[in-house]
Every structure is written in structure tokens, then in C-alpha cells.
Design a protein around this ligand. Structure first.
Ligand SMILES: [Zn+2]
Ligand SMILES: [Zn+2]
Length: 833
């Protein structure tokens, strides 16, 4: 018999057509609120609905390898959840506004709407050709008026709640893109995240979201969600909470109070000068008319072109200019001189600091450079020469009340004194700044605000939404929004007094669009509201969110803020949008990030064309743990393709060799000899893949199916038909989340059923031969129990075994576990107090 040929070009479209025709992955809203019984894995438990979501793609050109990876991960989870019996929402949309489409338009003259639509069409085509199980009935793009109408509504809801405001501010400005950037869009080197140009600073009237009102909750609620620890750490660092005091220094000549934030109020008596950031709005005014005026202007202009990283570099020689003014230190009435220096950043605290050179490294370096006095107020253990001394110790030189105190006690005493004297108070500072959302660009959601000479700033009434983006010819930025030139659009009537008025011409940061799209999927075709409460309650929060770690502080912080603000306004019932997050690693080629300039780009389209989608998807999950970076290998792709071919051929041969017995694909009832060997292997694979899927170890899950195939091939002649049929059908069933087309084909041939309609296979204990040993369970080093543990159990599993051991429970209940020591093969020791 001629060898059969595995032909993905025949197999894949056949299944894709069936799924499209039957709308297999579409789910309806049933109006059933979720019973939130969350289990540690987020998978088992009584919850019958599941929302699996990949971060929505930016439609520019065609999908790249990162999209293939993200959606291969997400689709595996979606299929797994479905077959665990859950109704799964797995939608798809496009983050369609934004700079790349607009820049492309400036270059080519193609309207962003057209280039975006073209790209979306390509995404749709490719996603279908990958066989991703998407509910297409909920598809959306953020540039559709039916979507951004509700983005505008949310803006106005926040505006009405006082969470949106307008103010003049020093903003980061990209000279190349001619637009304002959020702090988050400026990289560590002070360059524009989009184009790499060095970012400048400008003063402009801007719209802000008051995200800082939520700083504390954004921080504390991190404890309640299942996110990777490194992402939580990035968010914590970005929020940057520190405790200290706000202390008021007064410039008596001008009668202005300057509050500063300090984490070390215990060193207040050591302040010998006062420094302001170059961006501080008062700097030039303070120096005006003094001999230093010109020097200050020159210094400020120069400093603003420098990056925060250069300025923050502790090693760099310190520079600065006197302002010719002084402030009074509130604790001792001493006048200390004012400076402007670039080592002080406007983003931190109030943009001004009290300088304590004896106890701060940068203040010390500045004092040395400027020959300013250095006064020690904390005695350290290392003697008088060890300055700057940043540790704690005994207070000196802080008469009359604090000398001799321990610096920690003095800190509290000084804050209390400041409070009584009305010169300061305890304070918490956050690094997080309010979110600047104005963009002087065309391709974005118009800000639904009108300026009336009579009424001032007026919100566009809800019934007049959307404020549609007009069609214009010239999108070239000229330092103001291109919309400002669309006079017919800008000129309008005031909704409040019917008089002539003008529209806001800035558009919104595209991160606003993507901060709520996951809510809209729950009720994507609603034309009366952004969403129906019941629909959102049915699906949200997202059970499993999947995307790149590069969104750790941007999108993921903003979406959390929106969720909290909308919940406070009574529009949502939950404070966090994403219960669990998975961040996938990058796919590199020859050890480097794929890029056109390096010429090392692997396009998903070419791989799918050559090998089929199943090979592409399976390979990208097999190449390594999906949360890690992985290097693309053409040989590896070939290997996975051969595996799928071998599996399909053997399954097809077995299917044709004999009709299924009455027992179907249950395998032989009484297995002995090689039947038993194969049955054990199949159940081992079921057990292994199930566990691996729960912990995103897709690479080892696929490897387990490979092992099963190897055994089936080896025992082909000696094992019976029923055992072979069971083993291969199980292989198809287990591989379906990763390679759906070939797996559906195999399963249909062997079992005559649709694999996706089958429950997830169950590993029979009787076939699982696991080596076991006696695990010693200790509490605080004392033997409390012994339990049977599987030889291959993970550290986590061992810990769980120990925790439920009766005599361990008795010694742990009601106490706090502060440490867990796991020695696999031996013991678990829980340290409690
Ligand atoms: Zn730029
Ligand atoms: Zn008016």
C-alpha cells in the first residue's frame, strides 16, 4: 500500500469551513450571572463560564510571529476550558487608532481608514487560516464610530465625576511625531517609544485622567489577582509609593510657600540649600530681575533637552545655577539659598527638594561642586568622616528638642511638631502621575468637548455622540492637531446656549480605546449603551488574559484604573478586569529580535503556507516554555511537521484497518501484555497533558503526545486494535488545543465523533503507575506526619500534600506560614508563627 500523505492544505480548510458554517465558537449571552467560585488554578471549580482573551492587536500590515504565539497560547486555553465543560467567550478585535497608520498616511497619502481596513482584512484572513476559535460575532475595531461613541461616553462619565481635567503642563513632546507623549511612552533613554527621537519638553493645555486618585488601590489590589510576580513588581515600582512628610519652605521675598516631599524629615536640621527642577513653573520667575536671570534661562533650556536617565544618573557631575532667592527652613528659621539643578526631577514629589548634603549622596555631590555648607545631623557608627551618611543613628545638631534621639523616633517627633506648627504633615508620595490623554493627532477618538465663549468648557451631550472624526486631506502635524484645520468641523454650536462655539481638536491617546474593549466584547452590538450590566456580569472579569510583558505598566495599569473608576460610578460590579494574566516570551531568530532591518523576520503567513497552521501553532508552543523567549529554528519546524504527519498517517491506517468495536474508543476492557503497556502510556499522557495545560507547559504537553505516538508506533504489530485506537484517539484529543485541524481529523476517523464536543479525557487511576515514596512532613522542623507522594510530584504538589496531612493541619491551622522548605524526594518543612 502506498504511504498516505499528510496534507494540511486539504485538511485545514475543510475544518475551517465547517467551524465557520456552524459558527462553532460563537456563544450567546444567556443572562446568567456568574457564580464566582474561584479555584487556585482558575480552571476547575463551579464556574461554568470562562472568558479567555488575548490583548487586541494593532492592525498594521499583517500579523507577525508574536501574534501567532499569543493566539496559539490563548486558543489552547480556550479549547481546554471548553472541554472542561465551560462556555468560553473568546473574541477578537483591533486597536485601530494610532500613530503608525497616521504616519503611514503622511508618507503614502493613503487615508488611515483605508490602510487600517486593509490590514484588518488581512488579520481576519490569517486568523481564519490559523483556525483560531474566535467568536466572530463580537468582532470590533476601536476606530468604528459605534465603538468610539462609547469611548467618548466613558470620557464624559469620568469628566462629570471630576476624574478628567484640563491644565497647562510641561509635557513630553516628540519633535518628529509632533505630538505629546505620556511618560510611559518615553523610554529609559528619553526617546520616543514610537520613533526613537529625543523627546523635548513643552508647555501646553492638556487633558488628564486623575489616575493618581487610584494610586493606593492600584497598589493594594495587586494582591488579589493572579498575575506573574514580575509584572506586579513593575506596577508597584511604577506607582512608586513612599512614606515621609510634606514640609513647607517659604520664600519670604515673594511670599510663596514651597512644599517639598521628603522621606527623611529627621534630617531637616541638616538642610543647607533648596533645589528646584528645571521644569518647575516658578524657576524663571524667581530669577527674574536678578543677576542670575540669563544664566537660569540658559540652564533651564539646556536641561530640558536632556533625558531623565542622564539627569537621574548618580555618577554624573552635578550642575546648577543659583536663583538669587532664599527660603526659610521651618524647623530653625534659617534662610537657605535656592538653586535650579537638573538632578531634581519634576516627576518626583513637588519638583523641589530640601537638600541635606550630609545625608544624601546627590545633595552631597552638588554641595561639593557648588562649595555649599554640609551639616551633619545624624551621628553614624563610622565616625565623623563618613559623609554622606544615609543610614540611621543618633540625632545631633537639631536643637533644642531632638538632639540625642534615635533618628527613627526623631522622624515621628519632627513630623508631629511640623503638624502642630502648621508647617508640614505626614505624607505619602507616589511616583505615578496623572494620565495625560491629549494627542495633537488626527487618527484617534475625538475628545467630546466644546469651547463656548459664554459657557466655557462644555461636554457634548450623550445624545449627540459620537462626535465623528471628520475626513480630512492633510494629516501632517504642525504642532497642533490636524483637526484644527477642519474649520467646518471645528465651528459648532454650544450645546448649552446655542451660541457659536468651537470643538476640542485634540484626540485621545489610543490607550484610552484599549482600556475598556474587553467590556464591549460582552455586549458588542449594543447600540443603546456601552454594555448591559447583566451581559458584563455574565463574563467579566476576564479569567485568563494573555499578552506581552511590554504592556506591564501601560495598558495593564490603565485598564485597571478604568475598571475601578467605572465600578465607583456604578457601571461595573468588580474592581479588577483581569483575574489571571499570562505573559508570553518573544520569538527571536538567530538569537536576535526579529526585524526588517536585520532581515531575520519569519512571517506566519509563509510558515502556514508551507507547513500548515497546525505545524506553525504546534511548533511555536513546542519550541520552549511559552513564557520564555525562544529562538526560531527551521529544523525544529520540520521536526514538528514530521510528527504531525506520522501521527495522522498511523491514525488513518488504524482507522481503516478495522472498524471500531462495540466498545468504541474506550480501549480494551481487560488489558494485558502490550495492550496494557499502551493503555498505561495513553493514560500517562492524559494525566501529563492535563497537568501541563493547567500550568501553561505546552511544550512538555506536546512532548508527551510525541512519546505516546512513539509507543503506539513501536507496539503497532503487537498491541490489539482497541488499544491502538484508544491510544491514537487520545493523542488526537490531547493535541486538539494545539493543532486543532489534524486532531479533529484523526479523532473523527478513529471515533466517528467531533473531538471538540467531547469532554476532556480523564486519566484512570488504575492505569497510572506512579512510583511513590513516603514524604516527611515537618512543622517548625518537627516531624508531624508522613504521606505518600508521587516520585514525579512538583514542589507545589508536595507542599499541598503536606498542608492537608491531618497532623500537619493541626499544627498549622490558625497560624501564619512564613516559610516553606521543600526537599523533593524527602521532606517538606513549614515554618509557622
Ligand atoms: Zn516620535
Ligand atoms: Zn454656550
Amino acid at each position: 500500500m502506498a504511504e498516505r500523505r499528510y496534507d494540511p492544505r486539504e485538511i485545514e480548510p475543510r475544518w475551517q469551513e465547517l467551524w465557520a458554517k456552524e459558527r462553532t465558537w460563537q456563544v450567546a449571552n444567556e443572562g446568567v450571572a456568574r457564580a464566582r467560585g474561584s479555584s487556585p488554578s482558575g480552571i476547575a471549580g463551579g464556574d461554568s463560564n470562562s472568558y479567555v482573551l488575548e490583548m487586541l492587536p494593532y492592525p498594521s500590515g499583517e500579523p507577525h510571529i508574536g501574534h501567532l504565539k499569543t493566539y496559539s497560547v490563548g486558543d489552547a486555553i480556550a479549547h481546554f476550558h471548553r472541554r472542561l465543560g465551560r462556555r468560553v467567550l473568546h473574541p477578537m478585535g483591533y486597536d485601530a487608532f494610532g500613530l503608525p497608520a497616521e504616519n503611514h498616511a503622511i508618507k503614502t497619502g493613503v487615508h488611515p481608514r483605508d490602510s487600517t481596513a486593509e490590514s484588518i482584512a488581512e488579520f481576519q484572513r490569517q486568523f481564519r487560516s490559523w483556525g483560531i476559535s474566535i467568536d466572530w460575532s463580537r468582532e470590533l475595531a476601536t476606530d468604528e464610530p459605534s465603538y468610539y461613541r462609547w469611548t467618548q461616553w466613558i470620557f464624559l462619565e469620568l469628566f462629570r465625576a471630576g476624574l478628567v481635567y484640563r491644565k497647562e503642563a510641561a509635557v513630553k513632546w516628540c519633535p518628529k511625531d509632533q505630538t505629546v507623549l505620556a511618560n510611559e511612552q518615553v523610554d529609559a533613554e528619553g526617546r520616543c517609544e514610537r520613533c526613537g527621537a529625543i523627546v523635548e519638553v513643552r508647555q501646553l493645555e492638556q487633558w488628564f485622567f486623575r489616575i493618581t486618585d487610584y494610586a493606593e488601590r492600584l497598589l493594594s489590589d495587586l494582591d488579589a489577582i493572579e498575575w506573574p510576580e514580575h509584572v506586579k513588581t513593575m506596577q508597584r515600582n511604577w506607582i512608586g509609593r513612599s512614606e515621609g512628610a510634606e514640609v513647607t519652605f517659604r520664600c519670604e521675598e515673594l511670599g510663596i510657600d514651597y512644599p517639598v516631599f521628603t522621606t527623611r524629615p529627621d534630617t531637616l536640621f541638616g538642610a543647607t540649600f533648596f533645589v528646584m527642577a528645571p521644569e518647575h513653573p516658578d524657576v524663571v520667575r524667581l530669577a527674574e530681575g536678578s543677576e542670575h536671570e540669563q544664566a537660569v534661562r540658559d540652564y533651564v533650556n539646556h536641561a530640558l533637552t536632556e533625558t531623565s536617565e542622564e539627569r537621574g544618573n548618580a555618577e554624573r557631575p552635578k550642575t546648577g545655577v543659583p536663583l538669587g532667592r532664599s527660603v526659610v527652613n521651618p524647623v530653625n528659621g534659617e534662610r537657605i539659598p535656592m538653586y535650579v539643578a537638573d538632578y531634581v526631577l519634576m516627576e518626583y514629589g513637588t519638583g523641589a527638594i530640601m537638600a541635606v548634603p550630609a545625608h544624601d549622596e546627590r545633595d552631597y555631590a552638588f554641595a561639593q561642586a557648588m562649595k555649599l555648607p554640609i551639616r551633619r545631623v545624624i551621628a553614624g557608627s563610622e565616625g565623623e568622616d563618613g559623609l554622606p551618611y544615609t543610614g540611621e543613628g543618633r540625632i545631633v545638631g537639631s536643637r533644642p528638642n531632638f538632639d540625642g534621639m534615635d533618628s527613627r523616633a526623631a522622624l515621628a517627633a519632627i513630623v508631629a511638631w511640623l503638624d502642630r506648627e502648621d508647617k508640614g504633615h505626614a505624607s505619602v508620595n507616589y511616583r505615578l502621575r496623572d494620565w495625560l490623554v491629549s494627542r495633537q493627532r488626527y487618527w484617534g477618538t475625538p475628545i467630546p468637548i466644546v469651547y463656548c465663549p459664554e459657557c466655557g468648557v462644555v461636554a457634548v451631550p450623550d445624545e449627540d455622540l459620537p462626535v465623528e472624526l471628520p475626513n480630512i486631506e492633510d494629516y501632517t502635524p504642525k504642532g497642533r492637531s490636524p483637526l484644527a484645520a477642519a474649520e467646518h468641523w471645528v465651528a459648532t454650536t454650544c450645546p448649552s446656549c446655542d451660541g457659536p462655539a468651537r470643538r476640542e481638536t485634540d484626540t485621545m491617546d489610543t490607550f484610552v480605546d484599549s482600556s475598556w474593549y474587553f467590556l464591549r466584547y460582552c455586549d458588542a452590538r449594543n447600540s443603546r449603551a456601552a454594555w448591559d450590566r447583566a451581559a458584563v456580569r455574565e463574563w467579566m472579569p476576564v479569567d485568563q488574559y494573555i499578552g506581552g510583558v511590554e504592556h506591564a505598566i501601560l495598558h495593564l495599569m490603565y485598564a485597571r484604573f478604568f475598571c475601578k473608576a467605572l465600578a465607583d460610578l456604578g457601571h461595573l460590579d468588580f474592581p479588577e478586569p483581569f483575574e489571571a494574566l499570562f505573559t508570553q516570551g518573544m520569538v527571536t531568530k538567530d538569537g536576535a529580535k526579529m526585524s526588517k532591518s536585520k532581515g531575520n523576520v519569519v512571517s506566519p503567513a509563509s510558515i502556514v503556507e508551507r507547513y500548515g497552521a497546525d505545524t506553525a501553532r504546534c511548533y511555536i508552543l513546542f519550541v520552549g516554555p511559552p513564557d520564555q523567549d525562544a529562538d526560531w529554528s527551521d529544523a525544529g519546524v520540520e521536526g514538528v511537521h514530521r510528527f504531525l504527519g506520522r501521527l495522522w498517517r498511523l491514525a488513518a491506517d488504524i482507522a481503516d484497518a478495522a472498524p471500531p468495536s462495540a466498545n468504541g474508543v474506550q480501549g480494551p476492557l481487560e488489558a494485558t501484555g502490550d495492550d496494557l503497556v499502551l493503555m498505561r502510556k495513553a493514560h500517562w499522557a492524559i494525566d501529563k497533558v492535563t497537568g501541563d495545560l493547567r500550568r501553561f507547559a505546552f511544550n512538555t504537553a506536546i512532548a508527551a503526545v510525541m512519546e505516546l505516538l512513539n509507543d503506539a508506533s513501536r507496539l503497532r504489530e503487537s498491541a490489539g486494535d482497541d488499544a491502538l485506537r484508544f491510544a491514537l484517539a487520545s493523542a488526537g484529543s490531547l493535541l486538539f488545543p494545539f493543532a486543532p485541524h489534524v486532531s479533529a481529523d484523526i479523532y473523527e476517523r478513529l471515533a466517528g465523533e467531533r473531538v471538540w464536543e467531547q469532554p476532556w479525557p480523564h486519566a484512570e487511576e488504575s492505569f497510572l503507575e506512579r512510583e511513590v515514596y513516603e514524604l516527611v512532613c515537618q512543622v517548625n522542623g518537627k516531624l508531624r506526619d508522613r504521606v505518600q507522594a508521587a516520585a514525579d510530584a512538583s514542589a507545589d504538589e508536595l507542599k499541598q500534600l503536606c498542608l492537608v496531612a491531618p497532623n500537619v493541619k493541626a499544627h498549622v491551622d490558625g497560624r501564619e506560614i512564613v516559610k516553606e522548605i521543600v526537599v523533593p524526594g524527602k521532606l517538606v518543612n513549614l515554618v509557622v508563627r
